[in-house]
Design a protein around this ligand. Structure first.
Ligand SMILES: [Ca+2]
Ligand SMILES: [Ca+2]
Length: 101
């Protein structure tokens, strides 16, 4: 029984591993371009599923039209680059926890 519990814990940890991605590369083709913006807007209006981590352009943990505007501005050369990981593939930064004790 103990072996089974340990195996289950190990399996859960493996499946919880974050996957590498490029912020803004919503369709995961290796490029950040207008197609990603179109897919993101389609998703936000009830359309296609997508890589939610990559679509969170500002990396705030929420997916909304601010992310679409962020990507639009970046693609037009009027906004900052997507947050980490960008332009290369990588893992998101771990969350910062405040110790209030
Ligand atoms: Ca793409
Ligand atoms: Ca966001």
């Amino acid at each position: 029984m103990l072996r089974l519990m340990i195996l289950c814990l190990f399996t859960t940890q493996l499946s919880a591993q974050p996957e590498e991605f490029i912020r803004g590369d919503v369709n995961e083709d290796g490029n950040v371009n207008t197609i990603d913006l179109i897919i993101l807007v389609k998703h936000l209006t009830g359309g296609e599923p997508l890589n939610l981590d990559a679509a969170d352009l500002d990396g705030d943990g929420d997916l909304d039209f601010v992310d679409a505007l962020y990507l639009h501005n970046y693609l037009q050369g009027h906004g900052p680059e997507p947050s980490h990981p960008f332009p290369g593939c990588g893992l998101p930064k771990p969350p910062v926890y405040w110790d209030l004790t």
